[in-house]
Design a protein. Sequence first.
Length: 751
Amino acid sequence: MFSISGKIKDGGNAEDLEGAIIFVKEIKKGTTTNTYGYYNIAVPEGTYTLRISSIGLKTEDRTVVVDKNINLNIELQVISKETKEVIVNGESAREQVNKTQMGKIDLPIETIKQLPVLFGEVDILKTLQLLPGVQSGSEGTTGFYVRGGGPDQNLIILDEATIYNANHLFGLFSVFNGDAVRGVELYKGGYPAKFGGRLSSVVDVKMKEGDAKKYVVTGGIGLIASRLTIEGPIKKDTSSFMISARRTYFDYFTQAYNKTQENKSDYTPIPRYYFYDLNAKANYLLSKKDRLFLSGYFGRDVFGFQNGVFNFGFNWGNETGTLRWNHIFGDKLFLNTSAIFTDYQYTISSASNSLNFELGSKIQDWQIKQDYGTRYKASHNINFGWSATYHTFTVGRFQLNSTQGNINVQNTNQLFGSEGYVYVSDDWEINDKVRLNYGLHESGFLAKGSTHGVLEPRSAIRYKINDQWSFKGSYTRMAQYVHLISNSGTSLPTDVWYPTTANVKPQVADQIAAGTTFLLFGEKISITDEVYYKWLSNQIDFKNAAQLFNNPNLETEFVYGKGWAYGNEVFIEKKEGKLTGWVGYTLAYTFREFTYDEGQAPQIVKPKYDIRNDIKVVLTYKLNNRWTFSGVWVYNSGTLTTLPTGYSVLQDLGSGNVKTTDIYTTRSNYRMPAYHRADLGIVYKMKPKWGESDWTFSIYNLYNRRNPFFLYTETLYNNHSGTGLGLPSGFKGKQVSLFPIIPSFTYNFKF
């Protein structure tokens, strides 16, 4: 046996192509490129025709004579702009049938940019919410829940660096600037052995590498933010860079308004708010077998309010840095070595008269990891590697001082932990029908006074009926050693990340899944149906009336329990032709069991994200080279919320005043009304004398549906005055809605 190996690149900008398909016609076998564009396939001696294809690029056939190991690097050329319809190569759909991987969806950035958006801002995480098995958090936010997991059980990584809070503007936008992103992969189950550290999903976001052939400037001007990206060669075909920046301009409008009103006696200033982010990346081809990458992200949200002597500030943000080295040993072994830095922190400050107050939290990681890939014989594709991470958790940072110096109180609660893993996996093509992917991921966590370890087996099997139809099954175990401490039900900037300790055990999830994938109408439409069941142990919640603020003994407020979730997901996708898109349906059940009060029996509860039925329809129609229309319709049967089931009454006999106290018997005891909305998007491509430009129009909530953001109850009194006089006569439910119909537009350019 001999090997054919090499790298596949995008001929338009020389970036590595992940997921490109290399298919050997004579033996009807193929492989795909890894994250870094590298492939390796074993064949007997002979003459072969290789078909190389990737979404949006021209398919290329190469004839090779194999009598020794062959190194073959290929650049796929961009499809002409005059092409009148979207083209996705047939093998792309067929690869969904061939692969063992379950619960994975790839989203090219080009697809994401065509969909309707809120306030004109393209958002990756909001697009993920349009997929089956992914439930959204609150109306308009980027929070999401996958297959019954909580918001902290999603691993979000950007160029291999963990993003601990992926939100701007309290969750209305994510930290991912679409102009800086190459693509995103979502794993809902059947996780490859190289991933670990979370229970429910992996969101793998990759930045652009930069155009190594020409200088390109891309940008956009929207209603609330503008962005600019510059990329180009440092040395043509050898090295490149990419710098992308984005900033909102709320604060300029509020500052101008405040200045016009500041002399009015009854004036209350409008708070100052803005966010910004910066992505940067560079890479250098050291030799035919060595390549170096350096990438980073820096983002910050800044909120401020000042009224006379009172000054309040709140800021939060992420910083990441990744240094990667790719090396190819011989013809069969590929190595990626990464050194990674991650930092997330928030600070709340206030100053009034002579007192200054500050509260904050932080998590910081230093990580080093290696991933190896090799092909053993013709049928075994083996991957293995290891990782070591050192965590610093600043769970609470409190400071109070006075300008006179007579008060100075400081308290910082820091915890430390070391996390590591080793893994190995084998993708074994047993025969034309059966393919098996199996492996082990051994993880561990070391903190003061405690050591924890979890063996995490992974396995997936595919049985192929024919080239258009296959059945699949998988089993995975995942462990999680860092936990998000939150009682809000959604991910907020003030939530605290807390490590596994002697008392806080690692969370563990076991998931089994089974499904089928088949192709219809000449492989233009793919249909995937998956069922899953997930068991969760060592789940964390809070006691009733838990004290979370500035609590140095936070562990005493925790309760521990178990959970389970199961469901069915159907995904129908069309990737070829003028009309493309998908329809997704999810039927899901989610449960947790905790003992919230000492001495009481365990209580089975449904978390707020237990949504029974969920439907997503996403369609894009390319009318011609200038006009593209897109539409989205979503429906779910309503999230859960907690409302009082009664009230107690205390009346002062002297004054007659009445005080009522709500009574809660169970959590998540009321299902909110069904949520549904439609969005519309239009992209009009202009023909400037230079470069490219377009106008993007979007309408969010097209038919102005007043969806519930949250519910609350109002106490009714027998005298209907609501002043506290008289006895209460009952409750009345109230609904708060967030977004009406919202039109927006953005001008985008590239030259």
